[in-house]
Design a binder for this molecule. Structure first.
Ligand SMILES: Cc1cc2nc3c(=O)[nH]c(=O)nc-3n(C[C@H](O)[C@H](O)[C@H](O)COP(=O)(O)OP(=O)(O)OC[C@H]3O[C@@H](n4cnc5c(N)ncnc54)[C@H](O)[C@@H]3O)c2cc1C
Length: 427
């Protein structure tokens, strides 16, 4: 078959990897580079010293990324263990703490005497103990868990403290999903707990080992595309997709070309814009999983980190004085990628106006999917639009928004094309 793949992020590339050379594939990529959210930047702080810093996809683990791990094994890409610690600093209250042991939890010794902080710790332990019941009850009784209950309703109904919400749940959630903190409590409670359970976040000492690709994530992309690089067109934005009875027309700067199938490996909103003739179902489902813009800055300005170095972590979440609808997170790339450099490489999500412009290396704009009960309901109906009409959908937005979700949904799209039974591509 002649198959067009639109988008060269992890989803599009995994689909290409699986379909080539059995099928005649063409990958269309709007950008001038391949990889989408895999974006490794080479920096030379001093002549002769070179560091490859990840500004998009960084970490994965062996438990919840099985398909991605299999891909890395197949490619023979080298990886290394990393530390996934989490820290918070609050500009409103001056609170700072991190998850790297007791010395970091009580980075500010005054926290030992702060009642709201001690209540928060008690609530974390209670949540770790009790939250599982939310997903176990429904499953044990053979019924489905109510996915419509929001995290906010669940936590407030169960009497959790404001400090637990403001200084633990919301920062963790907003950081993990790069989400608007003010809206995060709309996230479905059961999905949140399931994610925390799967990622060892309900354990005081999580045994989950996180990893990074040695030398930067671009290394795995380079290995992945080697066999079909000549089938990828960069700087080739698809402008429209017209489905006909016997073929699909792809309109790009090269003109109008015919294919047997199209794999849409772009974001939900981008996919919908490309369709000349979306069905009602396509409109409804794709609109139910919107994306939100975030700015990402690679820099070396350590003032974005907590004041106390004891509270520094791999992920540093900052709560600003005034709400601005965006998560403000700084990733310590030296710690995450095991880089020993004379400068501290940091990647900050949003908050560009806080960073000393002289210390900015590069700025990017990315978008992230926004999840609520409606979005997760739409994910369960994926098979209604993926497969019919010579059209297949994949992308991280079909799961929790992470790399494994991109891989899994791409494999599901390929199963559809090859007529194999599929899990539906959901996380
Ligand atoms: C800063 C950041 C950090 C992240 N860190 C992690 C992490 O550590 N671990 C993790 O698991 N996940 C992480 N993620 C989540 C990440 O989004 C997913 O893991 C995954 O990479 C998304 O892949 P995708 O294929 O769905 O989309 P993308 O990678 O966004 O790929 C979509 C591609 O489609 C192209 N495109 C769009 N429109 C067109 C068009 N009209 N024609 C042709 N091409 C088009 C785009 O240019 C892009 O290349 C991170 C995301 C960001 C932004």
């Amino acid at each position: 078959m002649k198959i067009a793949i639109v988008g060269s992020g992890v989803s599009g590339l995994v689909a290409a990897h699986r379909l080539h050379p059995k099928h005649e594939i063409t990958v269309f990529e709007a950008d001038s580079r391949i990889g989408g959210h895999v974006s490794t930047v080479d920096v030379e702080p001093t002549p002769g010293s070179r560091y490859s810093i990840d500004t998009g996809f960084i970490v994965y683990n062996e438990r919840t990324y099985p398909h991605f791990v299999q891909l890395l094994d197949e490619l023979g890409v080298e990886t290394q263990a990393t530390e996934m610690s989490f820290g918070i600093s609050c500009d409103r209250t001056g609170l700072e703490w991190a998850s790297r042991g007791l010395n970091a939890v009580f980075a500010q010794r005054s926290n030992l005497l702060r009642p709201s902080f001690l209540r928060m710790i008690r609530d974390v332990l209670r949540f770790n103990r009790e939250a599982r019941s939310l997903i176990e009850t429904g499953e044990d009784q053979g019924g489905s868990v109510d996915e419509k209950v929001s995290l906010g309703d669940y936590l407030c109904g169960a009497g959790y403290s404001a400090a637990f919400l403001d200084h633990y749940v919301v920062p963790m959630g907003a950081a993990i999903w790069s989400a608007d903190p003010a809206a995060f409590l709309r996230f479905p409670a059961a999905s949140f707990v399931r994610f925390f359970e799967n990622h060892g976040l309900l354990e005081a000492n999580p045994k989950l080992q996180w990893r990074v690709v040695r030398g930067g994530s671009q290394r795995y992309v380079d290995a992945l595309i080697r066999p079909f690089e000549d089938r990828i067109r960069t700087g080739a934005p698809v402008r429209a997709i017209r489905r006909q009875r016997r073929f699909v027309e792809i309109v790009s700067p090269a003109g109008t070309e015919r294919f047997d199938r199209v794999v849409l490996a772009v974001h939900s909103d981008q996919a919908l814009r490309l369709l000349a003739d979306p069905s009602g179902y396509e409109r409804t489902l794709l609109r139910s999983i919107p994306y939100q813009q975030n700015e990402v800055i690679l820099h070396t300005d350590a003032s974005l980190l907590p004041r106390s170095p004891r509270a520094w972590a791999s992920w540093n979440y900052r709560i600003p004085k005034s709400r601005d609808g965006r998560a403000l997170v700084t990733y310590d790339m030296n710690r995450l990628q095991g880089i020993h450099a004379p400068v501290q490489f940091l990647v900050t999500l949003n908050g560009g106006d806080r960073i000393d412009p002289r210390r900015v290396i590069r700025r990017f704009h990315y978008t992230h999917p926004v999840f609520d009960a409606e979005a997760m309901g739409a994910q369960r109906k994926r098979s209604a639009i993926s497969g019919p009409n010579r059209t297949h959908y994949c992308g991280a937005y079909w799961g929790f928004g992470f790399h494994e979700d991109g891989v899994r949904s791409a494999l599901a799209a390929c199963d559809e094309i090859e007529g194999l039974p599929t899990s539906g591509g959901q996380a």
